[in-house]
Ligand binder design. Structure first.
Ligand code: MN
Length: 301
């Protein structure tokens, strides 16, 4: 493990490129802090001077980063050039937004994918020796991938899908291009698209300025005879936690069926709801965890 001085060194290059008064990007704490949990990965889609993807793998308390101009491909024949760039702070994994003109990397950046990565062997040694083999367990990327350093230079790497049941003939364009948080793509953001506008127009006068839940009382399922009638849709009775999500501006509260505040119990959901491109909204849903067969499993909650 790197000592304190070395760890401080890890982010010095990152900080040297940015001005605290110029950008909303995070600068990281005084020392990088390891998350302590499973190792996180994130892929940003970043419309800087040239639009590219940034692959970031948590290592030694920072996000080790590669800029991948053409993006990840599930096709094992696509060997994607990946330039090793400066380490980023762990908090950068949540960053989305527009880096203002005149700043380093100016342009929109979204969290295109994120999840957990599982290195095969010691990743620090792998980085030094120029070969990292790992599994990605993300929302878009899955299965085994590799990063291999080329002979042409220290910072020149290739990002390649390995053969497994997640490999396919598809390309980068076959992945959804949206943010895993807001659902908006770089193109949407650049075009100023606001999905709330159509809904607000349809609501017209029925619109209330703030969506507030005073007494959470979700509609509950009742047993009855099976029927099929026009105007009805049917859904599975999921076995999880009923959640009423309330978002007003940056304030998000998750209410349980009995009115308990579950915001801290499901931080990923709270964060995801906070990033939805709606100013004031209530979402009624069920939080479920799937088992290996894709069935909701209450025991796994
Ligand atoms: Mn970038």
């Amino acid at each position: 493990m790197a000592d304190k001085a070395e760890k401080r060194e890890l982010l010095s290059s990152y900080r040297a490129k940015r001005r605290t008064d110029g950008t909303t990007e995070p600068f990281g704490g005084a020392l990088p802090a390891a998350s302590g949990g499973p190792l996180r990965f994130v892929i940003h889609h970043h419309a800087a001077r040239n639009t590219h993807f940034d692959l970031r793998l948590e290592m030694e308390g920072v996000l080790r980063s590669w800029a991948v101009p053409k993006g990840p491909s599930p096709n094992v024949a696509d060997k994607r050039f990946a330039a090793l760039v400066e380490d980023h702070p762990l908090e950068y994994g949540d960053f989305e937004g527009k880096i203002p003109d005149g700043n380093y990397g100016a342009g929109w950046s979204i969290v295109w994918d994120r999840g957990i990565w599982h290195p095969t062997g010691d990743p620090i040694e792998g980085l030094r020796d120029g070969k990292l083999l790992f599994e990605l367990d993300g929302q878009k990327l899955h299965g085994t991938w590799t990063l291999v350093r080329m002979k042409s230079g220290e910072k020149d790497w290739l990002f390649i899908k390995e053969y497994d049941d997640q490999a396919s003939e598809a390309g980068t364009d076959d992945y959804p291009m949206n943010s895993v948080f807001s659902g908006l793509s770089i193109d949407d953001l650049e075009a100023g698209y606001n999905p709330a506008q159509d809904i607000l127009k349809r609501l017209g006068k029925a619109r209330v300025p703030l969506a507030r839940i005073e007494q959470p009382k979700p509609m509950l399922a009742r047993s009855g005879d099976p029927f099929d009638r026009k105007g009805w849709i049917f859904e599975i009775k999921y076995d999880g936690y009923r959640l009423l999500c309330e978002k007003n501006g940056d304030d998000v509260t998750l209410h349980s069926r009995n009115g308990n505040d579950l915001s801290a119990t499901f931080p990923e959901i709270t964060q995801a709801v906070a990033r939805l491109p709606y100013e004031s909204i209530i979402i009624d849903g069920e939080a479920v965890v799937h088992d290996l067969f894709g069935m909701p499993s209450f025991a796994r909650m």
